[in-house]
Structures are given as structure tokens and as C-alpha cells.
Design a binder for this molecule. Sequence first.
Ligand SMILES: N[C@H](CCC[C@H](N)C(=O)O)C(=O)O
Length: 293
Amino acid sequence: MAREAPFAKMNGLGNEIIVADMRGRADRVSPAAAIALNADPAMKFDQIMAIHDPRTPGTANYIEIINSDGTMAQACGNGMRCVVQALAAESEQKLFTFETIAGILNAEEHADGMISVDMGVPRFDWQEIPLAEEFGDTSRIELQIGPIDAPVLHSPSVVSMGNPHAIFWVDRDVWDYELDRFGPLLENHPIFPERANISIAQVTAPDALTLRTWERSAGLTRACGSAACAAAVSAARIGRTGRNVTVTVPGGPLAIEWRTDDHVVMTGPAEWEFSGTFDPETGAWTRDRQDVA
Ligand SMILES: N[C@H](CCC[C@H](N)C(=O)O)C(=O)O
């Protein structure tokens, strides 16, 4: 087995993604490799999407999602679009099915290059998010937050899109809030036993939201697809928007549709930056020669 695996450095609306091609090999991207890659300014990323062979032969490719601190995530919407674009470039295939630790996902590349990912169904039950204590209604929960001096950041909507999300609704511009200061505190609030992705959201129209996210295990990112889905369903659930919304994140707009069959479909772009090979054990990497200017 070759030690080096091919990768493509990509982004989904500025969410920095490494798509690692681990097909045809039995090893995995180690947490140490992820940490080493992230420490390199030229490779700094938010998530690695490792494409593996199907876990059961003849079924869908298995995608492992690794945060920049080496921990695993159950979902990554922007990363899935990057995976689709990378695989679509290999063949004429337009429709894809993947397996992740959170289940089966379907995705499609459209003729205009935009990519839709069916992110599955949102889960609102407190045990499934999960929360540390019982809440009958998770559409807004009251949190005790000691050190945070922003009174609006006390009653988020909470939901799982495979991964845990808390959406804090604000009336002012999302850039008015020090998410880099609140994010780490809220991510680690004891109500979230598996921590949570923390977003602040403003409803700007019945079909539009703006959103910034502090990602669990990755920090501030320019886009978080699963958070955009979480915010869209949460806004519809509290009656502030319809079920089709544009969610504008720092990297740009994502179209989110909460279908009547309960599935949440996210549509947006993906962008290739450069390719190379890396060692999945150590993270040592080289850029492909034809990419170097
Ligand atoms: N960037 C991702 C989410 C990463 C999630 C991760 N930070 C976690 O749940 O631990 C997205 O586009 O959905």
C-alpha cells in the first residue's frame, strides 16, 4: 500500500476543506496528521473529508469527517459539497450516495455546478441533540450562562443535524457580537455533553437569515453548512421564516429547503484550490508539481 494518499484542498464558501482520497487502502487519517496539517499555514483547514471504500462492498463510499483538532464530526455540509465536486470531476456521475457515522446521505451536482446535499432530517429531541437535561420544547431553551455579559445570548434554539447545534437569535447585525469570545464558552457549556456548534443568527426577511458560526473543534469558520440547515429549520420552527430560505454566512449564500418529507436540502458551491499527496499517519505533504506556478 502506498503510504501517500492524494488530496485536494478545496473550500465550500470559505469553509476550508481537505478532501483526502483514502479509497483502496485500509488505514485512516490519524488525529496527529490532522493536527500537523492544520499547524501548517499553507494547509490550515476546518475539516478533512476522508473518502473511504464502502464499509460493506457494493454500498456507498464511507466518508470520515475530521475536525482541525483531530476529533470526528458527524456532519459537514460544506465538506460534502467539496467531496461531490471532487468525485464528479472523475466521471460523468452527477448523483451520489455516501455513508457517514450519522447515516446515508444523497447529493447531486447540477448543470450549473451548484451542488445539493440532502442533510437528512433534523432531530429536536433533547436526548438526540444531546442535552444534559430534559427539555420538552427545544425550539427555544433557557440557559444559565454565568460569565457572558450579552443578555441576548441566553435562549438558543437547539437541534441536531447529525451534529449538535445551538442557534442564538439576535436583532442586530451578527458582526456586532464577539463570537470569538462567546463561542468557546458556549461550545463547552455543561448543557451540551458532546459540546455544540454555536451560531448567532439574524432573521432579515421571511426567507432570509444571516449567520455566523463558532464550530465545535474548529472555531470561527467562514461557513458551516450544517449550521445553516440548523438555523433554517429553527427559524421555521419558531415561525420566523418559511421552509425555503437563503442563509448568508460570511463566505456567501446557501439555499436551504426544509422539504415536506422533513429532509433538509442545502445547495451551494464548492471550489478547488490545489492538489497534492500526504501521509495519513504524519500529515507530511507535498503539492502536485503541475499546480505550482
Ligand atoms: N463545517 C461543517 C460542520 C463541521 C462540524 C463540526 N465542527 C462538528 O460538529 O464538530 C459544515 O459545513 O457543516
